[in-house]
Design a protein around this ligand. Sequence first.
Ligand SMILES: NC(=O)c1ccc[n+]([C@@H]2O[C@H](COP(=O)([O-])OP(=O)(O)OC[C@H]3O[C@@H](n4cnc5c(N)ncnc54)[C@H](O)[C@@H]3O)[C@@H](O)[C@H]2O)c1
Length: 331
Amino acid sequence: MRAVQIGVGSETFGRTWRKGLIQIDGVEIVGLVDPNPSYLKEAREFFGLPEESCASWASKEFYDRVQADFIIDSTPHAFHYKNAIEAMRFGLNVIVVKPMSDSFATADTMVNEATRLGKKLVVAQQIRFMESVLQLRKLIGDGMIGDIAYIQADSYFTKQGPVRDKWYQPHPLLLECAIHQFDLIRWISGLEPESVIADAWNMPWNEEVWGKKSAIALFHMSNGSRALFRGLSTDQPGESYPGHWEIEGTKGVLSLVKGNILLNSERIWPAEEQSEAELDILTLNAEVLKDALAYFAGSETPVLTGADNLKSLKMAFACIESSDKGSKIHL
Ligand SMILES: NC(=O)c1ccc[n+]([C@@H]2O[C@H](COP(=O)([O-])OP(=O)(O)OC[C@H]3O[C@@H](n4cnc5c(N)ncnc54)[C@H](O)[C@@H]3O)[C@@H](O)[C@H]2O)c1
């Protein structure tokens, strides 16, 4: 299938797609879009494309020229809505990096437009494909710990916190980072959130200028269990993704610590103890591509769809609303 990448990046996330894009059979990059000429040149040379395959902005003329089947949008999330709506209306399917959009209303419209136009919308929530995450999900699905009563997911960032100095967003932690754990809470447990109380704030060492960089959220889940998320900008050691997990069920406790899965404090996976979780985004993005290509080709069991991701994104926006209002929000 023929693809256009929008937001090719240089030091940033757009570039991490390239390895996956040249590795996966069945994907041919036929167009590149980016307003930054030097980033565009770097990507054009990487893919060996002629200048007419590149543009500063996407347009109908551009899509007519390159004849692509889908876009991969790795621009900042404020642009995802426009890029997706345009591409779908010009007949293309869409893969968009997380978070799907910078407001719930625009993400909701993206999902509805995909349905209305008969197009496929994929949100590249690649942490779902981490081996430890897949193992944990399987063990829970197989009933190893019985019915889930309690989930705790902790995500640790450096003391500086998740800072974006290129664009401002009021909630970098909740919208850009915690979206991974929110999506994993649903993916690993198979449960859906019903309500949340959340608080986003800054530690004394973080400035407000780049938004709120720590947050705690308590979700009531569909089976009556509770899920507690903590995203901290801290000196405490620990990983951001997938982070440290404790899941207690009626028959035992499963933990995910530094890439190791423990049952009642005894390591059960993998065979050799790991010293830290291995986060290989390039390979995980290749898994996203495989899932998306199968979906575009007609698979009825894709892992990553816009409609499903909307439920994870709703968790992030409900947390923001709860924190801003100081009250419980029903999802
Ligand atoms: N694990 C993940 O899935 C993951 C990791 C990192 C970042 N991201 C997401 O990737 C997105 C981009 O983050 P980044 O740090 O790479 O951003 P960035 O600011 O580096 O921008 C990415 C690229 O988009 C281009 N761009 C900016 N505006 C554009 C527009 N209107 N049209 C086309 N191209 C445009 C920039 O020139 C750049 O090449 C964010 O939404 C972020 O949350 C996802």
